[in-house]
Design a protein around this ligand. Structure first.
Ligand code: CMP
Length: 139
């Protein structure tokens, strides 16, 4: 039976700065099983839909431009307590406040360009996973 799942994206800043391998290694060493994985590039339309919850925020356009800038890695991850454990691993949204040793402390560029995404609930993890993956691509 599946444990809990979460969904992640390695964002353009981390991809461009060559941190994808180190981040994947941290994820695996922290006990997450990779259930689905791909390299993809969001279109503007897709990014607007994915981040539609933020469409009224002042940083929305900046976020869409950033997230469509280059190919990203997207993945579904499985682990007991996946959402909470993953958010602990990646650290606070703003890398200045991120915990020592967290992915964002080590690799994020700024509040907007913060290296990695982690779902905020298992319900959202399922919605976000199905945005990128067909059921047969999730193992
Ligand atoms: P994340 O939490 O993965 O999803 C929403 C994203 O919006 C967040 O990461 C940041 O990339 C971005 N974001 C959040 N707050 C700001 C902000 N104040 N300025 C710019 N970008 C932001």
């Amino acid at each position: 039976m599946k444990k809990n799942i979460t969904f992640t994206m390695i964002k353009p800043d981390a991809m461009e700065n060559g941190h994808a391998g180190d981040i994947m290694s941290m994820i695996i060493k922290s006990g997450f099983k990779i259930s689905a994985l791909k390299l993809t590039q969001l279109t503007i339309k897709q990014a607007e839909i994915f981040y539609s919850v933020h469409r009224k925020k002042p940083f929305f356009q900046e976020l869409v431009t950033f997230m469509t800038r280059c190919p990203i890695i997207v993945a579904v991850l499985e682990k007991n307590n996946a959402v909470e454990d993953f958010r602990k691993l990646i650290g606070s949204t703003n890398p200045e406040n991120a915990e020592k040793g967290s992915v964002r402390k080590l690799f994020a560029t700024s509040m907007g360009e913060n290296a990695i995404h982690g779902s905020d609930s298992e319900d959202n993890a399922k919605i976000e996973s199905s945005f990128f993956f067909a059921g047969r691509e999730i193992f």
